[in-house]
Design a protein around this ligand. Structure first.
Ligand SMILES: [Zn+2]
Length: 178
């Protein structure tokens, strides 16, 4: 059973879910909560939002307790083939990927974090194949858990000055143009 709940007003979505108004939808692993459907339709993101949240629920059911939320987020984005529009201006954030995914401070930071999570999953799929994503999701090896922890602690989008090796740019390659 899967429950999908929506409201007629954004303010009610915000009050009931505790999410900021710029979040289109959310889920608790069992139920899906959406902004007013008319709002999502007007923005042209109704289908994409529902697809994204459905992917979360499917992933969530298989997810080991050792898997951090950013991995689930990245996997949902990767599987649905969504592109993250990080906007024309980079948002610098020295907060960790783990924190930025769990409690984003702005829409810009959230997009940066999503783009980074998606990129990490995409690279992992290239390196080890798509089956490895599911294997890791359900039964992460000790080395996987170490890798997940290391990536959780990395700054989501450091300023170029803070990352002279060019890491900041590399983390932004999951741009709308792919
Ligand atoms: Zn998500």
């Amino acid at each position: 059973m899967l429950r999908v709940q929506t409201w007629n007003r954004t303010v009610d979505f915000v009050n009931e879910t505790g999410e900021p108004g710029w979040v289109a939808g959310t889920n608790d692993g069992k139920s899906i909560f959406l902004q007013p459907l008319a709002t999502l339709a007007r923005k042209g993101i109704l289908k994409a939002t529902l697809r994204h949240e459905l992917a979360h629920v499917a992933i969530h059911r298989l997810r080991s307790a050792a898997i951090p939320p950013w991995f689930e987020e990245g996997l949902a984005l990767y599987l649905t083939g969504e592109q993250i529009d990080v906007g024309p201006y980079p948002v610098f954030s020295r907060r960790s990927l783990g924190d930025a995914i769990a409690r984003p401070k702005s829409e810009g930071e959230m997009r940066e974090a999503y783009a980074r999570a998606r990129l990490l999953i995409k690279r992992l799929a290239r390196r080890r194949g798509q089956d490895a994503l599911w294997q890791m999701l359900e039964h992460p090896a000790a080395t996987d858990i170490n890798w997940l922890k290391t990536e959780s602690e990395q700054p989501v989008a450091p300023s170029p000055a803070a990352a002279p090796n060019g890491r900041a740019r590399a983390s932004r390659t999951a741009s709308p143009t792919k």
